[in-house]
Design a protein around this ligand. Structure first.
Ligand code: GLO
Ligand code: MG
Length: 343
């Protein structure tokens, strides 16, 4: 029986700024985050390209690789792996209107430059996984882009990445909205279709984030299951979300325990992790959190996830299967909820 391995990104420990107000906590250095991640029980770190190499726009390709090698040294020092690199295509003046689907040709070229640099950084950090959270690949003004052209541009951008490096794997993290109004690739179903349209579908998969599924009005466990059915769940972003409102990145399980249980259940039933996949936590501390509690949400998310693992291990599949055969779903539901409540 394998053990889940856990990953987290530097952005998951942040200073508390939101769209309406400034930071409430002090910044923490990358090295200090690594040390704390390791101490908390994480095995790997997820990166944006500029988490690993700040100001990369101003550096040459060789300088970028050299800086990535320095960060690899820091990971080694704390016995941590790099899980993935994600080009941060939403923060830059060149990607105001999106990256791969921008209406500006020059900006689309810039997005590809960042995608290639992300691949270079990933290789230096010792990972073959690139995550694309398609933050601005959609519209604020619905008439601004053709959804047909944009979808084809997305497929072509991924093809170019697959050609640039024949070992790299690309993993789309779908989200239906925010910061854009209408996304072109908002659910795992979209990701599976895009994957199938690329030149190497085996190397193009999905990163399911619980909150993003909830924002799409979908069930995160079913979204996980859909990707697993096609053997395309390359990583996950576990967190929680209170309904269809702004993206909250709450600690895993704090809003909906049954949904949390079913996510862990579908992962365990399908041996997720046996081929090296990580359980990533994409959670954020509340803005009111004090400096000394900057890691509480990570600690809590890990503890809740592991508690759910125990619940799944306790699940009486013989009993559940008997109830399923007899279509006694009232009893099945009650049994499941009672197990989660521990009564
Ligand atoms: C935001 C996303 C974001 C990505 C991260 C990695 O809604 O969840 O946190 O996961 O930038 O690409
Ligand atoms: Mg995420």
């Amino acid at each position: 029986m394998y053990q889940f391995r856990y990953s987290v990104g530097p952005w998951n420990v942040h200073a508390g700024a939101d769209s309406y107000g400034p930071a409430t906590r002090a910044e923490i250095t990358l090295e200090e985050k690594f040390a704390r991640f390791k101490a908390l029980g994480f095995d790997a770190v997820q990166f944006h390209d500029d988490d690993a190499v700040p100001n990369l726009n101003d550096l040459t390709e060789e300088e970028i690789k050299a800086e990535a090698r320095r960060v690899k040294g820091l990971l080694d020092k704390y016995d941590l792996k790099a899980e993935f690199v994600a080009p941060r295509l939403w923060m830059d003046p060149h990607t105001i209107d999106g990256g791969f689907t921008s209406t500006s040709e020059a900006d689309r070229a810039f997005a590809m430059w960042r995608a290639y640099r992300s691949i270079d950084i990933a290789r230096e950090l010792g990972t073959d996984l690139i995550v694309l959270w398609l933050a601005r690949e959609g519209t604020l003004c619905a008439e601004a882009k053709s959804p047909v052209t944009a979808t084809k541009q997305l497929v072509e951008a991924i093809n170019a990445m697959l050609r640039y490096d024949e070992h790299i794997r690309v993993c789309i993290e779908p989200k239906p909205n925010e910061p854009i109004d209408r996304s072109f690739c908002g659910t795992i179903g979209h990701v599976m279709a895009v994957s199938a349209a690329t030149i190497d579908p085996k190397r193009v998969g999905a990163n399911l984030e619980s909150a993003h599924a909830v924002l799409a009005g979908l069930d995160p466990a079913n979204e996980i299951g859909f990707a697993l059915a096609f053997d395309k769940l390359f990583t996950v972003h576990m967190n929680d979300q209170n309904g269809i409102r702004y993206d909250q990145d709450k600690s895993f399980g704090v809003e909906n325990l049954r949904q949390a249980f079913n996510q862990v259940k579908v992962l365990m039933e399908n041996n997720y992790g046996a081929r090296g996949e990580y359980v990533g936590l994409d959670v954020k501390a509340m803005r009111t959190t004090h400096d000394e509690d900057s890691y509480e949400h990570l600690k809590n998310s890990l503890a809740i996830f592991k508690a759910m693992e125990q619940k799944v291990k306790q699940y009486d599949y013989d009993y559940a299967n008997r109830l399923i055969r007899e279509r006694k779903f009232e009893q099945l539901e009650y049994y499941t909820v009672k197990l989660i409540m521990g009564v």
